[in-house]
Design a protein around this ligand. Structure first.
Ligand code: ZN
Length: 387
């Protein structure tokens, strides 16, 4: 029921980013994304500056911000939306102290070495080359006992394997005061032992098993688009298209999720490992950091975290880039991602497109585009198997 004079057609102005009360890092500007009903002629203004509205009703503006509380006023026709959010103060120079890692057992900051046992699953027990390095020197199986020592004044445990020192957070280890201390030259376990060292050359697709991982899920939404749609959902749609195309080409396909659940981050590479699949493909969509204009930053890329993964990532990225000629090809890149740091299974992570601006949102949710990307992924996997 509508009272006389109330328009049936509402402008339904919404702003997806920044969210009300959102805390942004120390930036000088932010992107503002939102949507109005598609097809409306009224312009949208953000703090008085007119911005274009895409045919889907989505809009993107860049707005200057200052440290502290900021207010945005977004207006379209008779609708007005006020949004406040907080921008962090810039960090004061000289407050960050780099951690100087210990290199020998003579370091005065070290407690006496003792025996330690790992407590998490394989991919959680990542021995880092430096505490502030995201990379991995080794992965340790559960219940593995090794030589370690607390580094006083820090949150890290120094451990020794193969005569090398590495670092683990205390949450990964339990101290064993009554157990003999292993030697510093104890060999590191090889989690890739028994796994193939090259792609499945000359193997029919029916004998090749691929694990497809739709990124995020559940309360972990991933990036947000102008209409307030979530990356986790478009990842699932794109992953279904990839699953279907791979199956049609004869491959065996497993999924880390097929609904809006959230498999824990490290359970995803662990599933690839436990199932001994031939390849792991994580499907994501990107967003820029607050102060970067997504329309300018837009690109497509595939990440890997080691040599094994990079061969797969390069083959897939080449085909995906061919299928998306309007998007800048950033190539295959190496970056340390939890799901890709798999020493045993070739693993990669595709960032298909950016969803935090109107054109990227529209393209990413388009089922025709999703099938095009899926076909490209299949060709990439086939290329990888024939190189
Ligand atoms: Zn993501």
């Amino acid at each position: 029921m509508f009272a006389a004079g109330v328009p049936l057609l509402s402008v339904a102005l919404s702003v997806a980013f920044p969210a009300e009360g959102q805390k942004l890092p120390a930036v000088g500007r932010t992107y503002v994304i939102g949507a109005v009903q598609a097809g409306l002629q009224d312009p949208v203004t953000v703090n008085g500056v007119t911005t274009g509205v895409w045919r889907t009703g989505a809009f993107l503006a860049m707005a200057p911000v200052v440290p502290g509380t900021n207010t945005l006023e977004v207006v379209c026709g008779s609708e007005r939306l006020v949004r406040s959010f907080v921008v962090a103060e810039p960090p004061k120079a000289g407050t960050w102290k780099p951690f100087k890692p210990v290199s020998s057992e003579d370091d005065s900051r070290l407690a006496k070495p003792s025996a330690w046992r790992t407590r998490g699953t394989l991919f959680m027990n990542r021995v880092r080359p430096r505490p502030d390095d995201g990379d991995a020197l080794y992965y340790l199986p559960p219940q593995f006992i090794l030589r370690g020592a607390e580094v006083q004044g820090t949150d890290w445990i120094a451990v020794w394997l193969d005569g090398r020192v590495g670092f683990l957070p205390p949450t990964s280890l339990v101290k064993l005061p009554a157990v003999p201390v292993p030697s510093a030259s104890q060999p590191a376990p090889d989690p890739a032992a028994g796994f193939p060292s090259c792609p499945p050359y000359g193997v029919p697709p029916s004998a090749v098993r691929i694990l497809v991982d739709p990124g995020h899920g559940g309360s972990d939404t991933g990036a947000i688009s102008p209409h307030g749609w979530c990356e986790k959902d478009v990842n699932l749609l794109q992953a279904f298209a990839i699953r279907d195309a791979l199956r049609k080409a004869g491959f065996q396909v497993l999924m880390t999720r097929e609904d809006d659940s959230f498999p824990a981050l490290y359970s995803r590479p662990k599933l690839a490992y436990d199932e001994r699949v031939d390849a792991f493909i994580s499907v994501h969509h990107n967003a820029t950091r607050a102060d970067r204009n997504p329309r300018e930053a837009r690109h497509t890329t595939t990440y890997a975290s080691n040599e094994k993964g990079l061969a797969l990532a390069s083959a897939i990225q080449k085909r995906v880039a061919e299928a998306l000629p309007d998007i800048t090809n950033a190539g295959a890149q190496t970056k340390s991602f939890a799901v890709c740091r798999n020493p045993a299974v070739p693993s990669c992570l595709i960032e298909v497109d950016f969803i935090n601006f109107p054109e990227g949102e529209e393209a990413s949710w388009d089922p025709v585009r999703q099938r095009k990307v899926a076909a490209a992924v299949v060709r990439g996997v086939q290329d990888w198997m024939h190189e």
